[in-house]
Design a protein around this ligand. Sequence first.
Ligand code: ZN
Ligand code: ZN
Length: 482
Amino acid sequence: MTKQELFAYIDERSAIFTGLSDQIWSFAELSLKEFQSMALYVELLKEEGFTVETGLCGVPTAFSGSFGSGGPVIGLLGEFDALSGLSQEAGIAERKELIKNGAGHGCGHNLLGAGALAAAFAVKDYLQKTKKPGTVVFYGCPGEEGGAGKAFMARDGLWKQIDAALTWHPGDVNSITTGTNNSSIQVEYKFTGVASHAAGAPESGRSALDAVELMNIGVQFLREHMADHARVHYAITDAGGDSANVVQPRARVLYMVRSTQVKEALALLGRVDKIAEAAAMMTETRMERRFIDGTANTISNFTLEKLLFDNLTLVGAPNYTKEEEDFAQALIATIENAKSGLPGKGLIDGSEVTEEVRRLSNDGQKPINDFIVPYFQSTRQSMGSTDVGDVSWLTPTAQFVTACFASKSPGHSWQQVACGKSSIAHKGLLTAGKVLAAAAIDLFEDEELLKKAKAEFALNAREGYTCPIPPGAKPLAIDEEF
Ligand SMILES: [Zn+2]
Ligand SMILES: [Zn+2]
């Protein structure tokens, strides 16, 4: 079976994959609550003859669908969660909520999962027709926007069972993702005090809000004594109420600690914990902490990145109609402070690549980026975090981005939701599906390639995986009672 036949298979059945993506767009389910989305995936996988397992590693909406027998086992990772507050009508270039205060697919995970499924189906067709040994597994990975589904699955060793993992992400450019991400861990601290009349009996009150404020001040002082590359963010999730004349008996603060290495992030979190304990002692309140989620830093696999790049080049970037370009241009016009400079900022590196991107993008003026960013290997640190990092510590892993949105669209924006059901997005999804399928097939056919990817992985991951998720922790949506 040639790769052209593989691509034709995806094109012929494109309505299944774009239809799936559009339905997931409409469900717009938040992290760890993706039950309708999971049901739709499970139905499609079963119809196609995949063996389905749900509730993987204690995460109710984590699932897998596998086809084939024996090795190698290639995993394709799909996500499908949405973001709160981003409900938006599709296909228009103005801010208009579809559902008041509803959720929306502002990160394009409707496309992400459907693109990976397209690849899984195509690889299944390949395995069936060629009768080659090997297994393809589609993983439904929930809670990417909060909950870190893949990290829970990593804690339980799931990713060790596969020979390689491939995935992608919708973006505004066609490019391989290289370099590494920060590790990130979230913990929420709850303080409980004693309510009293703030004027009449202040001496009887013990303020939980004071504890939160003192904890925050403590952490501000800590900042001078932590590594430059570390980050600490916080949000007050409960300030105790709206009555200033009450000594607040309860208050909560959520902390997010990041560093380049998961071990460093854990050590820094330990210092934040001490400050929380001290704040409770100072205010004579009680402190309880609950773990929310955590992700490790990412390990690159240049062998697999090059494989993805070669196949991205083979598939090629899509062409766009005048109508599609006009829609993208109209969306760009609504973006305040549209990112200046070249597309794929953060993906490009080095003057040669930068100059080439400048040329290909008409100096950043294209409404949709219909070209492929040249591949370069990088160990550059990206400040953001992803739970793909946890996968990358347990099996050779690589990822890429395709253009699904107007150039310079910010992540997590209504503009991405508005574009998420368009033909621009669908073209990006199908491109990604073809690249993943073709790369997977190379891994089935070329034993040496997989060996090389594994050798590189063994070297880069030699210190072993430190999981940011404690042994007993359960996946938790941030709005659950505490
Ligand atoms: Zn996101
Ligand atoms: Zn995302």
